[in-house]
Design a protein around this ligand. Structure first.
Ligand code: COA
Length: 103
Protein backbone atom coordinates (compact mmCIF):
# COMPACT_ATOMS: atom_id res chain seq x y z
CA UNK A 1 0.00 0.00 0.00
CA UNK A 2 1.37 3.41 -0.99
CA UNK A 3 0.81 6.65 0.92
CA UNK A 4 2.53 9.74 -0.50
CA UNK A 5 4.94 7.43 -2.40
CA UNK A 6 5.89 5.56 0.81
CA UNK A 7 5.13 1.88 1.27
CA UNK A 8 3.09 1.64 4.48
CA UNK A 9 1.68 -1.85 4.11
CA UNK A 10 1.79 -5.11 2.20
CA UNK A 11 -0.05 -8.37 1.66
CA UNK A 12 1.82 -11.52 0.54
CA UNK A 13 -0.25 -14.30 -0.98
CA UNK A 14 0.08 -17.75 -2.47
CA UNK A 15 -2.50 -18.78 -5.03
CA UNK A 16 -3.41 -22.29 -6.14
CA UNK A 17 -6.24 -22.58 -8.63
CA UNK A 18 -9.24 -20.90 -6.97
CA UNK A 19 -7.75 -20.58 -3.50
CA UNK A 20 -5.73 -17.59 -2.33
CA UNK A 21 -3.73 -18.04 0.87
CA UNK A 22 -2.72 -14.89 2.70
CA UNK A 23 0.80 -15.48 4.00
CA UNK A 24 1.37 -12.08 5.56
CA UNK A 25 -0.49 -8.81 5.93
CA UNK A 26 0.87 -5.79 7.75
CA UNK A 27 0.54 -2.05 8.04
CA UNK A 28 3.65 -0.18 9.27
CA UNK A 29 3.34 0.48 13.02
CA UNK A 30 2.97 4.29 12.97
CA UNK A 31 0.10 3.93 10.50
CA UNK A 32 -1.85 1.24 12.36
CA UNK A 33 -5.32 1.90 13.85
CA UNK A 34 -6.02 4.73 11.43
CA UNK A 35 -8.20 2.77 9.01
CA UNK A 36 -5.50 1.96 6.45
CA UNK A 37 -5.65 -1.78 7.09
CA UNK A 38 -9.37 -1.86 6.41
CA UNK A 39 -9.03 0.31 3.29
CA UNK A 40 -6.16 -1.82 1.96
CA UNK A 41 -7.89 -5.12 2.71
CA UNK A 42 -11.06 -3.95 0.97
CA UNK A 43 -9.02 -2.96 -2.12
CA UNK A 44 -7.20 -6.32 -1.99
CA UNK A 45 -10.44 -8.34 -1.83
CA UNK A 46 -11.90 -6.38 -4.74
CA UNK A 47 -9.14 -7.78 -7.01
CA UNK A 48 -10.61 -11.26 -6.98
CA UNK A 49 -13.33 -12.71 -9.15
CA UNK A 50 -16.30 -14.37 -7.58
CA UNK A 51 -15.91 -17.98 -6.49
CA UNK A 52 -12.40 -17.47 -5.12
CA UNK A 53 -11.71 -18.79 -1.63
CA UNK A 54 -9.42 -16.75 0.57
CA UNK A 55 -7.78 -18.41 3.54
CA UNK A 56 -5.40 -17.24 6.26
CA UNK A 57 -3.94 -18.05 9.65
CA UNK A 58 -3.95 -15.51 12.46
CA UNK A 59 -2.72 -15.63 16.06
CA UNK A 60 -5.54 -16.37 18.49
CA UNK A 61 -4.53 -13.28 20.48
CA UNK A 62 -4.49 -10.91 17.49
CA UNK A 63 -7.91 -9.36 18.11
CA UNK A 64 -7.26 -6.35 15.85
CA UNK A 65 -6.63 -8.59 12.84
CA UNK A 66 -9.40 -11.08 13.74
CA UNK A 67 -11.94 -8.25 14.06
CA UNK A 68 -10.89 -6.90 10.69
CA UNK A 69 -11.29 -10.31 9.02
CA UNK A 70 -14.70 -10.81 10.65
CA UNK A 71 -15.80 -7.43 9.26
CA UNK A 72 -14.99 -8.73 5.77
CA UNK A 73 -17.02 -11.92 6.10
CA UNK A 74 -14.30 -14.34 7.16
CA UNK A 75 -15.27 -17.12 9.53
CA UNK A 76 -13.30 -19.52 11.64
CA UNK A 77 -12.52 -22.84 9.96
CA UNK A 78 -10.46 -24.37 12.73
CA UNK A 79 -7.35 -24.12 14.86
CA UNK A 80 -3.77 -25.08 14.07
CA UNK A 81 -2.27 -25.90 17.43
CA UNK A 82 1.17 -24.45 18.26
CA UNK A 83 1.39 -23.02 14.74
CA UNK A 84 3.73 -20.20 15.70
CA UNK A 85 7.33 -20.64 16.89
CA UNK A 86 6.44 -19.32 20.37
CA UNK A 87 3.81 -22.07 20.73
CA UNK A 88 0.73 -19.90 20.12
CA UNK A 89 -2.19 -21.46 18.24
CA UNK A 90 -3.44 -20.06 14.94
CA UNK A 91 -7.04 -19.57 13.94
CA UNK A 92 -7.66 -20.62 10.35
CA UNK A 93 -10.13 -18.24 8.73
CA UNK A 94 -11.75 -18.42 5.32
CA UNK A 95 -13.86 -16.32 3.04
CA UNK A 96 -15.47 -17.54 -0.11
CA UNK A 97 -16.97 -15.13 -2.60
CA UNK A 98 -19.87 -16.28 -4.68
CA UNK A 99 -22.20 -14.51 -7.07
CA UNK A 100 -25.05 -15.01 -4.61
CA UNK A 101 -23.22 -13.73 -1.52
CA UNK A 102 -20.76 -14.97 1.05
CA UNK A 103 -20.37 -18.62 1.94
C1 COA B 1 -3.75 -6.18 11.55
C2 COA B 1 -3.37 -4.89 10.80
C3 COA B 1 -2.93 -5.24 9.39
C4 COA B 1 -4.61 -3.98 10.76
O1 COA B 1 -4.26 -2.76 10.12
P1 COA B 1 -4.72 -1.36 10.73
O2 COA B 1 -4.35 -0.31 9.74
O3 COA B 1 -4.21 -1.21 12.11
O4 COA B 1 -6.30 -1.60 10.71
P2 COA B 1 -7.44 -0.49 10.84
O5 COA B 1 -6.90 0.81 11.35
O6 COA B 1 -8.16 -0.44 9.55
O7 COA B 1 -8.34 -1.16 11.92
C5 COA B 1 -7.75 -1.59 13.15
C6 COA B 1 -8.49 -1.01 14.30
O8 COA B 1 -8.36 0.39 14.30
C7 COA B 1 -9.65 0.97 14.45
N1 COA B 1 -9.63 2.24 13.77
C8 COA B 1 -9.73 2.43 12.45
N2 COA B 1 -9.68 3.76 12.17
C9 COA B 1 -9.53 4.38 13.36
C10 COA B 1 -9.41 5.74 13.75
N3 COA B 1 -9.44 6.73 12.87
N4 COA B 1 -9.21 6.01 15.05
C11 COA B 1 -9.19 5.01 15.97
N5 COA B 1 -9.30 3.72 15.66
C12 COA B 1 -9.48 3.40 14.37
C13 COA B 1 -10.58 -0.02 13.84
O9 COA B 1 -11.91 0.12 14.31
C14 COA B 1 -9.98 -1.30 14.26
O10 COA B 1 -10.36 -1.57 15.59
P3 COA B 1 -10.62 -3.04 16.08
O11 COA B 1 -9.33 -3.78 15.91
O12 COA B 1 -11.01 -2.86 17.50
O13 COA B 1 -11.72 -3.56 15.20
C15 COA B 1 -2.23 -4.11 11.54
O14 COA B 1 -2.63 -3.84 12.85
C16 COA B 1 -0.91 -4.83 11.54
O15 COA B 1 -0.12 -4.70 10.62
N6 COA B 1 -0.64 -5.58 12.62
C17 COA B 1 0.64 -6.28 12.75
C18 COA B 1 0.74 -7.41 11.75
C19 COA B 1 -0.42 -8.34 11.86
O16 COA B 1 -0.88 -8.68 12.94
N7 COA B 1 -0.91 -8.77 10.69
C20 COA B 1 -2.00 -9.73 10.59
C21 COA B 1 -1.41 -11.09 10.46
S1 COA B 1 -2.69 -12.31 10.17
Amino acid sequence: MLLDDNIIGYIFTHTIDKEVQILNFAIDTPYQHKGYGEEFFSYFLDQFDEDISIILEVRKSNFSAINLYLKFGFSELGIREKYYSDGEDALVMKRKLLAHGLV
